[in-house]
Design a protein around this ligand. Structure first.
Ligand code: MRU
Length: 342
């Protein structure tokens, strides 16, 4: 059953507080752009496509009480929401889309513009659900009966409007009766794999095994993994992929052990203005995420910490990129250009 990660309900945004999963399924509500910003920054909601969806509603919430200078308020809101987190392309893609729609309708009254923007946010959500299903269908064509799949972080329903990107492929293969097994990396430091992916997979009745991140290469050396499938936060025009920290090490291990490495992401994750992964901004987060587990210090309290939230996997380590337009193959610079044309 799909999870409604983000919803528009009673004139506000309803979302699952993902920090509490898997032990508590609790919903929170955002009534203002400030509350949306806080939800994104503190990772109550996370995952690239989900950030795009909530950003759309965040823009609407930021301008819904605008009285005199609509376009000034709109720009202030989009600039502000853009400071919430830096890496996921979908966040900026949605902000740009909301601005574009407003500009295309600039002759309308402020009240009409507000309605147009609320509808556009709804459309982003609706489209994301459809896109996830399409990627699931394309991706599941790559999965064989009894495949054992390794995934990293959470690229499931919780990271999108529902169904997911990488997990969408896994769900689709499972629903087609392919009897797959999945290893989920715990994904230190925020543990999206242990807390969210394991929960989502088990809810669907998929055979799930949790491992800590440092066990993946060993499993591959024992020929226990047939495929690695991950999502993406931003993909450069040449196919370099920014995703959750640890994805790059997995890709290197997969390449060494000749295990196919699939990335699943909508076109809204691709940043065609960025030539290569070198220019993708990588977020660095609170050192305490590394010093603590479950709120408890596991290290000396003042130890120095390096905490990048993402890394970049070079395109040459990626086997295919599954999008809503189909399965993109190398050279990615060309297949990405073509995907935009069709
Ligand atoms: O820091 P997060 O939890 O927002 O990072 C999420 C990821 O890295 C996901 O793998 C990525 O957004 C793909 S989600 C469909």
């Amino acid at each position: 059953m799909p999870i409604a990660t983000v919803e528009w309900k009673n004139k506000r945004v309803k979302l699952i507080d993902q920090r509490l999963l898997p032990h508590k399924l609790e919903f929170i509500y955002c009534d203002s752009a400030e509350e949306v910003w806080d939800a994104i920054r503190r990772m109550k909601i996370r995952g690239a496509p989900a950030l795009g969806v909530i950003a759309g509603y965040g823009v609407y919430l930021g301008i819904r009480n605008s009285k005199k200078n609509f376009f000034r308020d709109l720009q202030k809101t989009t600039k502000y929401l853009a400071t919430s987190r830096p890496t996921a392309r979908n966040l900026f893609w949605a902000l740009e889309r909301m601005e574009r729609v407003a500009l295309n309708n600039k002759k309308e009254s402020p009240d009409r513009l507000k309605k147009i923007l609320l509808d556009e946010a709804g459309l982003i959500l609706k489209e994301d659900k459809k896109i996830c299903r399409k990627m699931g269908k394309f991706g599941s064509g790559l999965i064989k009966k009894n495949d054992v799949i390794l995934t990293h972080c959470n690229a499931g329903g919780l990271a999108t409007a529902d169904y997911g990107t990488a997990l969408g492929v896994i769900f689709a293969a499972h629903h087609e009766g392919k009897k797959i097994k999945v290893y989920a990396d715990e994904t230190r430091p925020v543990l999206q794999g242990a807390r969210l992916t394991a929960w989502e997979l088990m809810r669907e009745g998929i055979d799930t095994t949790l491992i800590s991140d440092n066990m993946a290469a060993y499993l591959m050396s024992k020929k226990k993994i047939d495929k690695v499938i991950v999502g993406a936060d931003r993909i450069a025009a040449n196919g370099d992929v920014a995703n959750k920290i640890g994805t790059y090490s997995l890709a290197i291990s997969a390449h060494y052990h000749k295990v196919p490495f699939y990335v699943v992401a909508p076109l809204s994750t691709i940043d065609t203005r960025i030539k290569s992964g070198k220019s993708i901004p990588i977020e660095e987060r609170d050192p305490d995420e590394v010093r603590k587990i479950g709120g408890v210090y596991i290290s000396p309290k003042k130890v120095k910490v390096f905490n990048p939230a993402f890394d970049v996997t070079p395109a040459r380590l990626v086997t295919v990129i599954v999008t809503e337009k189909g399965v993109l193959r190398k050279p990615f610079a060309r297949s990405i250009r073509e995907a935009y044309r069709t």
